[in-house]
Ligand binder design. Structure first.
Ligand code: PEP
Ligand code: MN
Length: 365
């Protein structure tokens, strides 16, 4: 349930609503907004008797959240949530950051070369798994802690934000020491103890859609993280299993406008795992951006033919470079902008945009 306060309601009225909610045995989450403050009520199993709250001074409206996920829903928060993972790298605003890099961190030379290519091509975040969830226990499992150290080195050298995966609670704490954003992979989307763990860590989280997850399942998984008090969640569409073996997965681009309507959280697209095939990555990346993706995650390897994981879907450096170039043009055509690398250094990105473009995007849902 959501209690919307009148425009300009004094703090004392807000505090009163919070204490009444707490007296009733629930938790209150005040959310000051641009226009007015809303107070979310959590901890209820069913419908709450709102009459006591509705009668309090300053209360304008009571909204019963109809979706099974609450804090993730647009009913709960009508404005877009912008998740900033590092200075100048924000998801959910007009600018669209590009996350690039190899599937796995393999060596110092490989990750530093990747980082330089991402940076020079116009990406603003580096991806690369140190802990790898592989379908086979005999496949390369990642360098672990050593991989995290190499990612930290790559950030020191290039200034790129770091996005890397955690597979369990212990790994999440290790990843949190280095990463700007903790990735939860498709195979762990419904690992609820891991979701609770990253909810408590309070670092931005990139939550990938499970291979067989409905959009409701996906948003309920995000709700686990928000329910622990961490609302810095970026969703990622990475394709679902289909009946057709022509591609590794079926990239569900319809999920982007659906999620934008149902939730205030940003959603990005991963056409690399979404297709599994290098030559399909560029066309689907263009399409994802055109469909409203708030960012892109692209696998790129300095030498894909020798990659220890996902080489077949990793772009060659030159392909990555031209993709970013093309994405700049697509973004411009829909009133957005690929986050420029210099913005990641000095946080200027948002000041240099005509505020009109933000309206174009808001109206496009
Ligand atoms: C990855 O990003 O390398 C990865 C393992 O992705 P997913 O969890 O979507 O399969
Ligand atoms: Mn991969």
């Amino acid at each position: 349930m959501l209690v919307v306060m009148e425009h300009g309601a004094p703090n004392a009225d807000v505090d009163r609503v919070v204490s009444v909610i707490e007296e009733m045995g629930y938790q209150a989450r005040p959310m000051p907004g641009a226009q007015r403050t809303a107070i979310g009520l959590v901890g209820n199993d069913g419908r709450v008797d709102a009459s006591r709250i509705a009668a309090l001074p300053g209360v304008a409206q009571i909204i019963h959240v109809t979706q099974p996920y609450k804090q993730v829903s647009r009913e709960w928060r009508s404005e877009n949530t912008v998740v900033t993972i590092a200075p100048g790298v924000a998801f959910g605003d007009v600018d669209v950051p590009i996350i690039g890099g190899p599937c796995s961190v393999e060596s110092e030379q490989q990750i530093l070369a990747s980082a330089r290519i991402v940076r020079e091509s116009g990406g603003t975040a580096l991806r690369g798994g140190a802990f790898k969830p592989r379908s086979s226990p005999y496949s390369f499992q990642g360098l672990g802690k050593k991989g995290l150290e190499l990612l930290a080195l790559a950030r020191r050298e290039t200034g790129l934000a770091i996005v890397t995966e955690a597979m369990d609670d212990e790994g999440a704490h290790l990843v949190a020491e280095v990463a700007d954003c903790i990735q939860i992979g498709a195979r762990n989307m419904q690992n609820y103890s891991l979701l609770k763990s990253v909810g408590k860590i309070r670092k931005p989280v990139l939550l990938k859609r499970g291979m067989a997850a409905t959009i409701t399942d996906f948003l309920l998984s995000a709700e686990y993280i928000l329910a622990e008090g961490n609302d810095r969640v970026i969703l990622c569409e990475r394709g679902v299993r289909s009946f057709d073996p022509a591609a590794r997965n079926m990239l569900d681009l319809t999920a982007i406008p659906i999620v934008h309507r149902l939730s205030h959280l940003p959603i990005i697209a991963d056409p690399s795992h979404g297709t599994g095939l290098r030559d399909k990555v560029t066309p689907m990346a263009r399409a994802a951006l055109a469909a409203g993706a708030d960012g892109l995650l692209i696998e790129m390897h300095p030498d894909p033919d020798r990659a220890l994981s996902d080489g077949a879907q990793s772009l060659y450096p030159a392909e990555f470079r031209s993709l970013v170039e093309e994405l700049r043009a697509v973004a411009l055509a829909i009133g957005r902008r690929v986050t420029p690398p210099d913005a990641a250094d000095n946080g200027r990105a948002r000041d240099t945009i005509d505020s009109g473009t933000a309206r174009v995007r808001a109206g496009s849902y």
